[in-house]
Design a protein around this ligand. Structure first.
Ligand code: SF4
Length: 347
């Protein structure tokens, strides 16, 4: 059942320091009480109001009456066979659902978080696209995925990637607000370079991100070595042409003095030929970048993963590339937690 989104009570997770100061004032307290709440929620990561013992008892009672802490409720959890990857289903206050993934690899724990319910971009190979666009997540709904997974993770979360359901740059304001909350040194204090925002290539938003000089990492899904090839799987390329996208990426890496990551989902009979690898090398060589090749995770649709020999041939053709090339052998494919596999039934 869906519940209205215009809630009468406040949701604390997602609120900035200033917003929590105003919240404290609205309850008749001084603004520094809001800063204390900020510290409890994001720095100490404690969501039990009664344990926030440096707040006056009366204020704690008022907070409990007028606010809830988390905008999300965990519904289910599925583990991959190796237990290295876990997928979580969360429910929003209005009944819609989203997924997040937690991946452990040696001393690195990465979470992949969603930014929208569904997605409007309609990449042909993506399970989320089949849901269509339902709604943007608020900054709180985005950052709460971190806070809830933090509690469930056996070790510290070292990296956050905005690569779950949705196109992050089409929910720009809330995504930046969530990244700022993750990064705030008085709060969660995650290094900016440990936060990666991914995009299918929304050129005006990449330009805005560059102009605003955000320090978060940017990853662009390329998925094709020519405009025609990109168009086959990513209809959005019609309005976001490859040449302009590469120019925007070049500008971003130059202005922000940082490396841009290109993601390349490798799909059988679509973009896995040796010529594609050569074109990629030529096209990306002038850019300060890294290429991340992701063998396609099958979702039961028309696309398939290239066989291992083809994948190796493709990678060998990039051996002399002047930029780093990595391969993401997606974990969690068996639980539909691999790249492009996230999708939920909505409530
Ligand atoms: S790959 Fe990303 S941008 Fe494309 S449809 Fe899926 S969620 Fe949206």
């Amino acid at each position: 059942m869906n519940h209205p989104r215009n809630l009468e009570y406040q949701v604390l997770v997602g609120q900035s320091k200033t917003q929590l100061e105003l919240f404290a004032e609205s309850l008749g307290e001084q603004s520094y009480r809001g800063r204390q709440l900020f510290d409890w929620l994001y720095h100490q990561k404690n969501d039990i109001i009664d344990e926030m013992t440096d707040l006056p008892a009366l204020f704690r009672e008022q907070v409990k009456k007028s606010a809830i802490v988390h905008p999300l409720v965990q519904v289910t959890q599925s583990d991959s066979g190796s237990k290295q990857t876990k997928k979580f289903l969360f429910q929003l206050q209005d009944g819609n659902q989203i997924e997040s993934v937690l991946m452990k690899e040696k001393d690195r724990t990465t979470i992949c978080i969603s930014t929208q319910v569904g997605c409007a971009v309609n990449c042909d190979f993506c399970a989320t696209a089949a849901m269509g666009f339902i709604q943007n997540l608020s900054a709180g709904e985005i950052v709460d995925q971190f806070l809830q997974l933090k509690k469930l993770s056996s070790g510290p979360i070292t990296n956050v990637v905005f690569m779950g359901m949705g196109e992050p740059l089409l929910n720009y304001k809330n995504v930046i607000a969530a990244a700022d909350l993750l990064h705030d040194p008085d709060g969660i204090n995650m290094g900016a370079k440990r936060i990666t925002i991914s995009t299918a290539g929304i050129i005006p938003k990449i330009k805005q991100f560059t102009a605003e000089a955000h320090k978060y990492k940017l990853a662009i899904s390329l998925n094709g070595s020519t405009q025609e090839q990109r168009l086959k799987t990513m209809p959005i390329s019609a309005a976001q042409p490859l040449e302009e996208l590469l120019a925007a990426a070049t500008c971003y890496s130059r202005e922000n003095k940082t490396r841009v990551t290109f993601e390349y989902v490798l799909i059988k009979d679509i973009n896995e030929k040796i010529e594609d690898a050569r074109r990629l090398q030529e096209m990306l060589s002038p850019i300060n970048c890294k290429l991340n090749v992701i063998p396609y995770n099958e979702t039961g649709g028309v696309y398939a993963r290239p066989d291992d020999e083809k994948i190796q041939t493709f990678l060998s053709a990039l051996k002399k590339a002047p930029f780093p090339v990595t391969v993401r052998w997606s974990k969690g494919v068996g639980i539909d937690a691999g790249c492009g596999q996230l999708a939920t039934k909505t409530g």
